[in-house]
Design a protein around this ligand. Structure first.
Ligand SMILES: [Zn+2]
Length: 95
């Protein structure tokens, strides 16, 4: 009985290993340009996708021209500002 369980566990492990290898190969094949190091290409792609997830578009302040992350933007009158002070100043000048 113990031998049977051992062989079942071994087969499950082999199938899982083959499936993970195939999935890694599929991900590598979908990339537009694979790097020269195929062993670490999967890990590199994961690291790059994590970096891209954290990035966000930069916007230009309509008042002072400084660039800032879009999450910090203050929108007023259809334009983006770096902070509420510049949004207020621009609104004051418009009047
Ligand atoms: Zn500004």
């Amino acid at each position: 009985m113990t031998r049977l369980l051992f062989w079942i566990a071994l087969v499950i492990l082999v199938v899982a290993a083959v499936r993970s290898k195939l999935r890694a190969a599929m991900v590598r094949a979908q990339e537009p340009s694979a790097g020269p190091a195929p062993a670490s290409a999967g890990a590199d792609a994961q690291a790059w996708s994590r970096v891209e997830d954290k990035s966000e578009p930069m916007l230009c302040c309509a008042r002072c021209g400084v660039y800032f992350p879009s999450s910090e933007a203050v929108r007023a009158g259809g334009r983006d500002y770096c902070g509420p002070a510049h949004a207020h100043e621009a609104q004051q000048d418009a009047r």
